[in-house]
Design a protein around this ligand. Structure first.
Ligand SMILES: [Zn+2]
Ligand SMILES: [Zn+2]
Length: 371
């Protein structure tokens, strides 16, 4: 490994304010449980803890329309909420149970966006080389619309903030859901590469992200999408990751790497249908780590993301990732799943057949010369 550098973790209990409702699958306690495990394994001794702060209105408007930010603020204020028309609520995505309205909506999600900005600032100032902001990764929020549990898109805000400081930003999203919000915000931007690996939109929300979707206009070629069949397990997942991510990053030559590390790819996750185990995380972490040093002088901002097996999976997946950031995988060995989980032979055949076809298509669209 290249020169080690300081590593930071952005966390504070104030992030528990990012609470959508009691019944909602996105429970902020999962972030606290992950940080607790990072502490109890001793990994925290190899990092600095940074407190979050709220993003300012100007910072939210780096990627969101002023009208949308204003609407979210009004909806979060019981005195003003009744003045907002039902039509405006529908159009902004708040009529769905996925995105409930609450008094804490603006404050809670501004704090998540600010936490990811604290991470970006630490990297830009040189205070840290690698930073993990596990509350972040709210990748479905669009410029003027909430979606898929996400109100403000902290991932896109951090990418845009870094871009305005002169960076070429590579964003890699391994959440089981397509990173549609981030991709949409940067789809015509040649300075930001977005790569998303996810369960196919034929089976899963948000229903988008196919290999032919590669960006538009001047951003053509700066978005890459690889869908997976249900039951995709560790081996095909990692084969695809290693075939796609390093060559696209090496060609793009980013100066900073931003990763969305949703861990809802796990077979125990209740919201999706892939069959990965936590055994992919040391491999993902070490690949991101090595690529950040090879291409970006080490600059790596890792965000959280999805993960709804709150106690069974999320703390272990993110602790395994963090162990790679601080180069102490030995401290997390014992919490890894003991073995990979493979589906039956017919499902395996379906997974590999579809993957070969999708890799061929991605390769043709991006001129990668895979397979
Ligand atoms: Zn390093
Ligand atoms: Zn997800």
């Amino acid at each position: 490994m290249a020169v080690p550098g300081p590593v930071s973790l952005v966390y504070g209990d104030a992030l528990m304010k990012h609470h959508l409702s009691d019944e909602h699958p996105l429970q902020p306690i999962r972030v606290k449980l992950a940080v607790d495990l990072i502490k109890s394994t001793g990994l925290i001794e190899h990092a600095h803890l940074l407190p979050p702060r709220a993003a300012t209105i100007d910072e939210l408007q780096l990627v969101h329309s002023p009208e949308y930010v204003d609407l979210v603020r009004k909806l979060s204020d019981p005195a003003q909420r009744g003045l907002v028309s039902q039509n405006a609520i529908d159009e902004a995505g708040f009529a769905s149970a996925d995105n409930p309205i609450s008094d804490e909506l603006h404050a809670g999600t501004s704090l998540v966006a600010g936490a990811s900005l604290v991470a970006a600032e630490a990297i830009e100032s040189g205070a840290a080389l690698h930073v993990f902001s596990p509350s972040g990764g709210l990748h479905h929020a669009h410029r003027s619309r909430a979606s898929g549990f996400c109100t403000y898109n902290d991932a896109a805000i951090a990418c845009e903030w870094l871009k305005r400081r002169g960076h070429r930003v590579a964003y890699v999203d391994v959440d089981v859901h397509h990173g549609d919000g981030v991709e949409g915000i940067f789809e015509s931007d040649p300075e930001v590469l977005t790569i998303s690996l996810h369960e196919s939109g034929h089976w899963l929300f948000p229903g988008t992200g196919f290999p032919q979707d590669a960006g538009v206009g001047p951003g053509r070629g700066c978005a890459a999408n690889l869908p997976f069949m249900p039951y995709t397990w560790d081996e095909p997942w990692l084969t695809a990751f290693e075939a796609v991510v390093p060559p696209l990053l090496r060609r793009f030559q980013p100066t900073v790497l931003v990763t969305q590390d949703g861990c809802d790819t796990h077979h125990l996750d209740p919201l999706a249908h892939l069959a990965a185990t936590t055994r992919i995380w040391p491999r993902i972490g070490s690949a991101f780590h090595e690529l950040a040093h090879e291409l970006c002088e080490g600059r790596w901002l890792a965000l959280g993301g999805g993960g709804y097996a709150i106690r069974e999976v999320v703390p272990r997946a993110w602790t395994l990732l963090f162990a790679e950031m601080v180069e102490r995988p030995d401290l997390a060995e014992e919490i890894n799943d003991p073995k990979t989980v493979e589906p039956g032979p017919e499902a395996q055949e379906r997974v590999w057949t579809a993957l070969r076809k999708d890799l061929d298509q991605l390769s043709a669209v991006h001129g990668l010369g895979l397979s």
